[in-house]
Design a protein around this ligand. Structure first.
Ligand code: SAH
Ligand code: SF4
Length: 355
C-alpha cells in the first residue's frame, strides 16, 4: 500500500528525500506545494527542479500517493455562509467537512473517523456505527479542501474544530500527528490556539493531552449531569464514568492551566430543566470551565426533541449565575442538513430510495 505524502511531517518528508540522495531544499519545495499552497495536482507545478520532478515521477508510481478528496456531494446554506461537503476517501468511504464563514473568521469543522464507535443516541454519526480511523493525511486533506474553497473567495481559514464525524481521542495518534502538520508554520499554519478538539470524554486521551502539555483547545461533550442520565445518552459513559471524566478534567486544568469548554446539547425534558442546570453548575465548580449550549438537531434515529427557547434561557442563566461563562451556540447551517453526520445519513436515505 503506497504511503500518502500528506501523512508525513516536515522532518519525515525531508528524511525520505535526503535518503534518496536529493538536497534537503527539495523537501522544502515539496512541502510548500503540499501544505502551504495546498496544490491538488503536483504534476502541474512548473517550479520543481528536475531532480525533484524525476524523483516524484518515479515514486508516485509505486511508493507514494497524495490525499486530495473528491467532492461526493455539496450543500450550501441559503445565506452561503455555511458549506457542507461530503468528501470521498480512496476506499469509497465518505466523510463530512463543513466550512463556516460567520463573522469573517472562517472555521472548518472536520472529521477524524469514518463513522464513530461511541454510539451516542442523538448523533447521526453514532447511529451509523464505526467504520475506520482516518489517517493523518485524510484529516489534513479536509483542512486543505477548506482552504482551497476559501481561497477562491479571497478568504483565509483561521479556525479549526474537530467536531465532525468521529471521536478524535479514539484516534489519538493520527489526530495529533495531523494537527502537528496543520499547525506547522511552513504550511497551513493554523496555530494550536485556533484549533479545538471535541471529545465525548475519552479519559485516557484527556490525561494524555494534559501530560503532553497540549496547546490545543479542549471541548468535552457532557450532556448528562448524573451517571445514569449521561449513560442513557452516551454509552461510552459506562467505560469512562462521569466521575472519572470530571476528575480527568480537573487534572487537565491543573496541569495545563487551561480552560475547558463543556458542550451541552439541550434535549426537551431530558436534560434541559433548572435542576439539570444546577447539577451541571455544581459538577463544574473549581474547574476553569466555559459551557456551550447546543440546540439538538433532530435525527431520524432518535426521538428526542429540541428544547423550547425559554428552557434554554433559564438553563443559561443558572450556569452564568454560578459564575461559569456560558454561551448558546448559534444553529449554523440548519438548512444544510444541520448537524454532524446528518448529510451522510440523508444521502444514505436517498440512495436507499433510488435503489
Ligand atoms: N466525537 C466528538 C466530536 C464530534 S461530535 C464529541 O462527541 O464531542 C461534536 C459535537 O456535536 C458533540 O458535542 C456532540 O455531542 C454534538 N452533537 C452530535 N449530534 C448532535 C445532534 N444531533 N444535535 C446536537 N448536537 C449534536
Ligand atoms: Fe461519536 Fe461524538 Fe457522535 Fe458521540 S457525538 S457518536 S462521540 S461523533
Amino acid at each position: 500500500m503506497p504511503t500518502s505524502l500528506h501523512d508525513l511531517t516536515f522532518d519525515e518528508l525531508r528524511e525520505l528525500i535526503v535518503q534518496d540522495g536529493l538536497r534537503p531544499s527539495h523537501s522544502a519545495t515539496l512541502w510548500n506545494a503540499l501544505h502551504f499552497k495546498a496544490d491538488e495536482d503536483l504534476n502541474k507545478r512548473t517550479d520543481f527542479l528536475p531532480p525533484l520532478r524525476k524523483w516524484l515521477e518515479a515514486k508516485m508510481k509505486t511508493d507514494f500517493h497524495t490525499d486530495v478528496l473528491p467532492i461526493a456531494s455539496e450543500i450550501l446554506s441559503a445565506d452561503d455562509l455555511t458549506r457542507k461537503y461530503l468528501l470521498k476517501l480512496q476506499d469509497r468511504q465518505e466523510i463530512e467537512t463543513v466550512v463556516m464563514g460567520y463573522t469573517g473568521r472562517h472555521t472548518a469543522c472536520i472529521s477524524t473517523q469514518a463513522g464513530c464507535a461511541m454510539g451516542c443516541v442523538f448523533c447521526a454519526t453514532g447511529q451509523m456505527g464505526f467504520v475506520r480511523h482516518l489517517r493523518p493525511g485524510e484529516i489534513v486533506a479536509q483542512v486543505h479542501h477548506a482552504r482551497r474553497i476559501l481561497r477562491e473567495k479571497g478568504e483565509r481559514l483561521r479556525n479549526l474544530v474537530l467536531m465532525g464525524m468521529g471521536e478524535p481521542l479514539h484516534n489519538y495518534d493520527n489526530v495529533m500527528k495531523a494537527l502537528g502538520i496543520i499547525s506547522d508554520t511552513r504550511g497551513a499554519n493554523i496555530g494550536p490556539s485556533k484549533i479545538s478538539i471535541s471529545t465525548v470524554g475519552v479519559v485516557p486521551g484527556i490525561l494524555r493531552m494534559a501530560e503532553e502539555g497540549s496547546r490545543y483547545n479542549l471541548a468535552v461533550s457532557l450532556h448528562g449531569s448524573t451517571e445514569a442520565e449521561r449513560a442513557a445518552l452516551i454509552p461510552a459513559n459506562q467505560r469512562w464514568p462521569l466521575s472519572d471524566l470530571i476528575a480527568a478534567c480537573r487534572t487537565y486544568c491543573e496541569k495545563t492551566d487551561r480552560k475547558i469548554f463543556f458542550a451541552w446539547t439541550l434535549i426537551a425534558g431530558v436534560n434541559d430543566t433548572a435542576e439539570h442546570a444546577q447539577r451541571v453548575a455544581a459538577l463544574l465548580q473549581g474547574i476553569k470551565a466555559h459551557v456551550n449550549l447546543i440546540p439538538l438537531n433532530e435525527t431520524a434515529g432518535y426521538d428526542g426533541r429540541e428544547s423550547i427557547e425559554t428552557a434554554g434561557t433559564v438553563f443559561h442563566r443558572i450556569i452564568q449565575d454560578a459564575g461559569i461563562p456560558c454561551t448558546v451556540r448559534q444553529r449554523r447551517g440548519i438548512d444544510v442538513a444541520a448537524g454532524c453526520g446528518q448529510l451522510k445519513a440523508e444521502r444514505r436515505k436517498r440512495e436507499k430510495v433510488t435503489l
